[in-house]
Design a protein around this ligand. Structure first.
Ligand SMILES: [Zn+2]
Length: 270
């Protein structure tokens, strides 16, 4: 599933090719995505694409008269194709620029989204309730301590809750908790401020590392499959259940926590 770093890498990969260009047409071959692609999306035709921003895992394509809110869902990807390149079976939406450049959306499982809003996208129901961006100063230990106050939920589920902070997917939650030395099942409300400080730093590090790795795949957005490298970073615990901890050699424990695979070191994480 595309996580925040992949979405950010997608944003950086497509922007140089389409930003500032006029949209000639939106071609919808398959409107049945997670929600139907609205006819109103054609309102951007003839307008210039003024901005490409990311909020959580949503991409916001801004025009003078509205915004496309796009989401990659479970299996979506975007790539830049040549003007006359025929679409493949799962290529459901094209954004065609007046110079022929095409931003093409592929989504085999169709859980993604292409929506249109004429309001401030920050007020859209999908976006208004999102927590802060993890890589901004708004996400800090004071904030996290305040959010955690009195909460009995496991810290791993807590940091994966998009109302608390956006973009901390399962892999990143596992890795960050290991780096911070925090047991994934520890109650969120029973973790000290200094430990939350470590956790905040760890979350920023794992996400930044992944975005930096993604940066090496930016060229894949033209002529490639538009899928940024996903498992390129060396994972410390995720996918390593039953193998020795890279720090202390204890065999890593794998459990299910809130339906998600959770791997930790019972020696390093308390
Ligand atoms: Zn260990």
């Amino acid at each position: 599933m595309p996580e925040l770093p992949e979405v950010e890498t997608t944003r950086r990969g497509i922007a140089p090719h389409v930003l500032g260009k006029r949209v000639r047409a939106i071609i919808v071959r398959q409107p049945s995505l997670r929600w139907p692609v609205p006819d109103a999306i054609h309102a951007c035709e003839g307008r210039k694409l003024q901005s490409i921003e990311r909020r959580g895992k949503y991409l916001l394509l801004g025009f003078s008269n509205g915004t496309i809110i796009a989401h990659l869902g479970m299996s979506g990807s975007m790539r830049i194709t040549a003007p006359d390149e025929p679409p493949l079976f799962h290529d459901h939406v094209d954004l065609v620029c007046s110079d022929g450049t095409c931003l093409r959306y592929c989504d085999p499982r169709r859980f993604g989204a292409w929506l249109w809003t004429t309001d401030d996208p920050a007020l859209h129901p999908l976006i208004a309730s999102l927590g802060p961006e993890p890589l901004t100063d708004a996400f800090n230990s004071d904030y996290l301590v305040a959010q955690a106050h009195g909460r009995k939920t496991a810290v791993k589920a807590f940091i994966m809750d998009s109302h608390v902070v956006v973009g901390v997917g399962n892999i990143y939650a596992n890795e960050a908790l290991f780096m911070a030395g925090i047991h994934p099942k520890r109650q969120a409300g029973r973790i000290s401020a200094p430990r939350y400080e470590k956790l905040v730093a760890a979350i920023k590090t794992v996400l930044n590392d992944s975005i930096i790795m993604g940066g090496t795949t930016l060229r894949d957005f033209v002529g490639g499959d538009g899928k940024p490298g996903y498992f390129q970073q060396t994972l410390r615990v995720y996918g390593r259940g039953g193998q020795p901890c890279r720090v202390c050699k204890t065999v890593l424990t794998e459990i299910r926590l809130g339906q998600r695979t959770t791997v930790f070191c019972k020696t390093c994480q308390t």
